[in-house]
Structures are given as C-alpha cells and as structure tokens.
Design a protein around this ligand. Sequence first.
Ligand code: ADP
Ligand code: MG
Ligand code: MG
Length: 887
Amino acid sequence: MTGKRYVYLFHEGNAEMKELLGGKGANLAEMTRASLPVPFGFTISTEACNDYYAEGERISGPVLEQINTALNELEKQTGKKLGDINNPLLVSVRSGSVFSMPGMMDTVLNLGLNDETVAGLAALTGNERFAYDSYRRFIQMFSDVVLGVDHYHFEDILDKKKHDAGYTHDPELAADDWKEVIAAYKALVLKHTKEPFPQDPKDQLAKSIEAVFRSWNNQRAIVYRRIHKIPDHLGTAVNIQMMVFGNMGEDSGTGVAFTRNPSTGERKLYGEYLINAQGEDVVAGIRTPQPIATLADAMPEVYAQFTAICERLENHYRDLQDIEFTVERGKLYILQTRNGKRTAQAAVKAAVDMVKEGIISREEAILRIDPEQLDQLLHRSIDPNVKLDVLARGLPASPGAATGQTVFDADEAEKLAAKGIKVLLMRPETTPEDIHGIVASEGIITSRGGMTSHAAVVARGMGKACICGCEALKIDVKNKTFEVDGKTYPEGSVLSIDGAKGTMMLGEVPLIDPVLSDEFIELLSWADEARELGVRANADNPEDASVARGFGAEGIGLCRTEHMFMDLARIPVVQEMILAETTQDRLAALDKLLPVQQKDFEGILEEMAGLPVTIRLLDPPLHEFLPSVEELLVEVTKMQQDAHADKRALYEKESLLRKVRRLYEFNPMLGHRGCRLGMIYPEIYEMQVQAIIQACTVLQERGISVQPEIMIPLVGHVNELKEMRSLVHRVASACMGKSGTQVQYTIGTMIEVPRAALTADEIAQEADFFSFGTNDLTQTTFGYSRDDAEGKFLHAYVDRKVLPENPFIVLDQDGVGKLVQMGVKLGRMTKPELKTGICGEHGGEKHSIDFCYRTGLDYVSCSPYRVPLARLAAAQATIKHTNKVPV
Ligand code: ADP
Ligand code: MG
Ligand code: MG
C-alpha cells in the first residue's frame, strides 16, 4: 500500500498506539492480541479525522478506499456481508479519542439493518422480536446522531405505544409491536428530514463515520476538552465493530464493571448489568440494572469467566479498569476496557493497595495520582454528626461543602467575590457565559439540569461544590428572590450546600477539617522519601500554621503581617499610627501595637517550634487600612448639612478626609508600599522587628526553639535592602542587648519585581535568602494588575489561546520563570549558600512545582491545605527527572 495508513484491523494495533487509534481502539486491539473474546473490527485513525476536517468535512478518497478494504476483511473474518439479505453483517460505529471523554461523543449501534436485512436477521436467528427490536434501536440512534432528529421524539412514540398496549418494560413488546413502532419512527424521520430513512448500508456507514468525526466538535465535547485541557487538534478515531447482541433473550445481557470500587477504591468488582438488553440501556436508565454480584447466580459460568478476565485486564494494564461486556446467548464478549475514572479517595487507595499487592512500584503509585485531584480530599466537609435542616434537595452534582450568600447572576457573583464576600451562584441553569461567576463562587445551585448539565460538568472540573436540578426552587432572577415551599428568600440569604449529598441548608453549617486516610498518609510518606524540594506553607496566624504543620509543612515560607493589622480591634490604633502628624505621635501609636504584634509572632513561632518561619514586614499601601474617600465624603457632606452636627466632630472628619486624600495613590500596586514604607517610615519596621525579636526571646526563655527569617518585601535596588538590613540589625542588637538573650535570625528579601531578579547578584550581597513572590513578579513582568486582568481580559486571552494558561495560576515559565532562573543563578554566583524558595500561589501548583525543582530552588511554599498536594508534586518532579521509572 502506498501513502498514509489510515485504517487498522484490531489485530494490527496495540495499546501503545493510543494517539493514532484512540484509547478505545488501542485497547480493543490490545485485547484482541491477548486473545480475549472481542468481536472483530477495525479502527479508522485520528489522523483520518483531522484529514476529514482538512478536506472541508469530507472523507477523502484514500481514506474511503482503506475503509472499504478493511470492511472486506471484516466480512471475511465474520463470514457475513454488509447488506446481505440472508446473512447480514451488523456493526457498531464507535467514537474514541486519545483521552477518554465518556459520553461526550457519539456511537451508532446495529448499523446495516434496513427493511430487507431485518427480515433476514429474523429468519437467521429465528428470533423476530430481537430483529425488529434491533432495527428500531438503529433507526432511533442513527436518526439522533446522524440525521439530527432528537431522540425524545422517538421516546414519545415508544411511550405512547407502551401505554396503549398496557406494557411497562421494553422487552414486553413483541415483534409485531416493534413493527408498528418502526413504521411510526420512519414516518417521523420522513417528516423531520423530508427524506425516507436511508436503506443502503454502505451509505449508512459513511454517514455514521462522518457523524462521529463531527461529534469531535459538538458543544459538550468542546467544553469537556477545555475543562480537562485536552488539545483540540487530536481528533477522534472511529471503531467499526461487528455487533454482538445482548438483546437476544434471557440468556443474553449487557453490563459495565469496574475492577475496584471507583468511589472508595475498595478491591471488589463493582458494576451493573441488564438481562436482555443492549449496551446503551444500562446507562440510559430505562430499567434499573442488577448489581454485578448477582450475575454469579444468573449466569455462573459467564460470571466466572468474566471475573477471570477482569483480573487479567487489571494485571495487564496494572490499573483499575472500567470494562464493558455483552453476553450473547450465553457467550461472553468484551467490548471495551479503559483506566477507570475514580474519585481522589479511590485513586489513592487503589494506588497504595496495588503497591502492596506487588502490581506497581511506589514511584508509579506516586506518579499515578494527579496532585490537583487531591484537592478534593483536602477541603473541609460538613460534619456528619450534626443533624441538618434540609431546605431543598437536588442532584449531588459535584462533591464538597460550600457556604455563602446567594446571588443570581454571574457579574454580581464576581463583584462580591472581589470584595472577599463568599457567594453561592443560584441560577435556573448555567451557560458558558456564566463561567466567570462560577469561578468566583464557592458553590453552584441550579433548579434545572442533570448530572451532565453545564453547571455540573464545570463545577466538577473546578472541584467546586454543586447541586443541580433542585426542582423545589423557584428562582426569580429578575426580582432576585427564590422560593421554597411557598416561602420567599431575598438575594444575599446565606445558604450552605453539600455537593456530595445534593442537599441545601439555610444558614451556615458546621464544617470539619479533612481527615487524611491511612493510605493517603502512607502515600505521602513515600513521597517525602522521594522528593528533594522542601515544602512550606503560607500562614499568617497560629491556626493556619497548625493546619500546615498537621499536613506536613516543614516551615512557613510566608507569614504576612498586614492581616494582623486589619484586625477590627486594632484598626483604630493602626489608623492612628498612619494618620499621625509627627513622628512622636506615630511612635506613640506603634507602642500600642508592639505588644499585640509580639503576641502574634509568639503564637506562630510557637506553633512552628523548631521550624523556620519567614516573616514579611509590612507590605501593602497604607491607605488600605483607612476608610475610603467616598465614604468620608458622604459623611462630611451629611454633617455639613446638619445644623445640629457637632462642630468638633465635623472638623475631625474633615481633617481625616484631607489626610486620606493625601495618601491617595494613582496606582497603589506600584505606589508607596513594600520596603518603600520602611524607607520612609522606618519606625513601622522597627516596631515589627522589635516584636519579632522579643517574641523569640520570650519563647527561647521558655525553652522553645525558633528560626525567624525576616523578609523585606518589594526590593528593587540593593541599596533598599542594605538600609533595611542595617535597620533590622540595629533594632535586633538593641533588643538583645536589653534582654541579654541571643536570637539567631536571618534577613532576606522577596524577589518580586524584575529589577530584583536582574540584579540578583548585587542583592544577594545583602540577603541570606531569596523568596520569589511570583504573584507580584507575574504582575510586574506582564505589567498586569491581577484583579483587573482576571476581571477584564485574561479569560478571553486564555479562551483564544493568546496565553496557554492564566499566568497567576500556572507559572509562566518562559517569561516570569526566566527571571526566577536568572535570580537563582545570579544570587548563587554571589552567595553559593543562598537559600531560595517560592511563596506565590504557584508554590502549590504541580507544573510550577516541577519548574521549581528544575530550577534548583530549596523549597516551595503554598497554602496550608495544598501542602500534601505539593509534597506529592515535589516527589513526582524528582521521580520524573531522575528517570527512576519510565514515564
Ligand atoms: P461510549 O464511548 O459512550 O461508551 P461505546 O462506543 O463504548 O460508547 O458504545 C456504547 C454502548 O454500546 C456500550 O455499552 C458498548 O458496550 C455498546 N457497544 C458498542 N459496540 C458494540 C458492539 N459491536 N456490540 C454490542 N454492543 C456494542
Ligand atoms: Mg463505552
Ligand atoms: Mg508582593
């Protein structure tokens, strides 16, 4: 054969050829080679799909020719012929892409039937009911997938027929009943398409293949790919396979099984089957399927054979398998196997168990788990011991617990979330236009739509709690209210949802911290042995520090001090400090803050006893601690118009307004913040250093070991650090002189503006450590302010693939990463022992962690709840790049 090869018989492929044959095709080939009972067939490659699109949605000559050759071969193998009236070949036309996308694309079964072959099939099998049942199934599926006649039209006809005849289940229909249904189906097709149902099997086949190619670009497939980051250019393969029939009577059936429980990971066959049914019936929920264990009684021999095959497949693929099977008159056929989709809990348990069973190595177990998926196990969940008043129930569309104020539109959700308010987005249903609102919300509630509705799919992809199809809710988007049981609730009502149960409660419900399973703890201990990168946490208070330590953090990589300033009780003193007219007044206010800051540090340092704690001195612009100009202006105007207003109070308000105006900045992100504060108001940093050293002194005197690392933010020029470093030393020495206790501390800086990275060799002269603040470094390198970018254009950039990812979530290795690499390299040239870490959110993201490993950083620091995930990702980086196991 000359030219490109587009079509492969099953026995010509193997599991390695996924990219070309798709997952389904490659595994059908692999199973055929292993002599498992797989019906004969062939696969049209993903390249043929791309060729179809390149040709302007047309199957090209060479592809068509190869399909015909393979079809002839299939006819030889089966001894049947497509369209042969006496011995017709029937096939399925099945989609199958490289990455499995369950339910996203289309399949046609029983192809090859027409008014003549159906009679042949009936005669051949001696089973007229079966033949006409198959034909009606084919007409319905083909019309839906290929001709675009929605399947509910057909359901309506069938329902009416069953109702009229007094039947409840499909198998009760006799051959003559089906003939009537078929006549009605054909009339329906004629009405909708203005053409009779196609009778030529070759024509049916070509049209079905094209339809499967086209299903690559249907809306749900596109959305699924976007969520799971599957590239659009891969295309789908098409599998043409001889039909086997589970609908031939009581000795036939069809089912699906997982080799282990995909929810819990328990090692026990898990699945369902239906007697006298065809593949799609199990999923469609027409009848309630039987649990797989009962097959042992119904068909003992088949069951024994099936369990043996399941075990063989799991051992062969060395992973949990999701297997489709059909029994035709007592003979078992395997129709599909793939690595089963599973919850995070099941993923962890199965991987750890498989190590113990000797199926995989520890390294493989570590590589098996997607760190992102672990996030599911690290969320707080609703306390199961508390009895809840359930307000309404919906479908449990995406697990997790969430509490927030109800909002009814995506823009509003985004606006409130930007102010730090937790919201639940409530909509009749969601569409792709709501995506920014979903991102901003804690959880999603819809009154319409099922487990595969947009809201459900998107929420699961993002790991957000979601309940769908909550029909008890009457949502009035216009008036911003919802109604349950005749009672109306306004926007802003606080609700909680349990996405795993599908329940919705009024108010806040008690949550409990996640508990790590024994398997998870064991897996993480293996990860700790394998990894080289340190893992720290970002924590601003003792509670977070304690969570982090519990999750295995080896220190704090970023302790921000501004949150301590924001505390409601302290804010008046903080404002006093900021608004002070003289240094003396400022010192007086700082004196009041000193003891509280010291207590803050004592709490955190004690929690992290024996581990390093990086404390960043004050960073945000001062006006963040003050009331807004608008607010003050309203108050002042009111008071001015009020004849009885206290003149002195008015005078004070007016002068406050003047001061706030003076502190106003055009661009606060690039304004007077970071070490620039310490440069102009050294007394603020002096107070903070004093608080740190005194806290250490107190703890040391109690026998608690401390490792403070004092970090100066936003340094861009070495001279800034030089001045701040001598400030720290001066204050620290004075403190120690007074107490007589020595405290070991280091001084370092954040590298978060490009100039710092570019001059890291100079800056390293004054620094004991560098911590890459990749959030600000991303803002300053791109010249984006994060809130504006994410609110306005970044989504469009990512959608249009101008940027591969949101650079605030996944580190931009080519740009920002280059600065990090340069910073590390230059810094170590000056000071080989320089300690380096990353403390942006990126420190908890797997690709960024891999980059940190390759760049030779000492540690990553991330949010406390992501510490386990970072430990795993750090281990994966080492294993991947030291080639301990093939990846
Ligand atoms: P999906 O990717 O949605 O699972 P499939 O291509 O696997 O779609 O097919 C849908 C259903 O039809 C499955 O239950 C499958 O087992 C069944 N099926 C597919 N091909 C055949 C066949 N040749 N004979 C019998 N059943 C089949
Ligand atoms: Mg399938
Ligand atoms: Mg910063």
